[in-house]
Design a protein around this ligand. Sequence first.
Ligand SMILES: [Fe+2]
Ligand SMILES: [Fe+2]
Length: 138
Amino acid sequence: MLEVIARAPYFSFISVLHFRESLGLRGEEHIYLMKEHFYQALNETEHLEEMELREGNKYWVDRFFAKHLVLVYYWIMVAYYLIDPMDAYDINMKIEKHAYETYIKYLAYHPEDKKIAEIAKDELKHAHELHDAMAMIV
Ligand SMILES: [Fe+2]
Ligand SMILES: [Fe+2]
């Protein structure tokens, strides 16, 4: 469920950047951020597929909440990033750190799962990228 939601903010950021681009509001960092958020969205999709392989989507109730929450979260992040990109990055940086900690806890019980160790690293990388993005748009 986490990984379904995790992709949403990156789609929201890309949507808003496209919208701003259409209005001619391009900054120097525009292309860089679009590429980065696109890559992050793809990477989160890979995480989602890995979790599905581990039966993360086994229960109907999890799929139900994930599919409805993601719609709400997507639109909240579109509005948030449009109005206050700094805070939108900040909250998602904290969520990425939380995801990292969650995977580290999982690894304590499944140390043999090397793919989860890679995913944990990705989450931390995303948190750092969002931190750098915040510095970029100051
Ligand atoms: Fe992820
Ligand atoms: Fe993530």
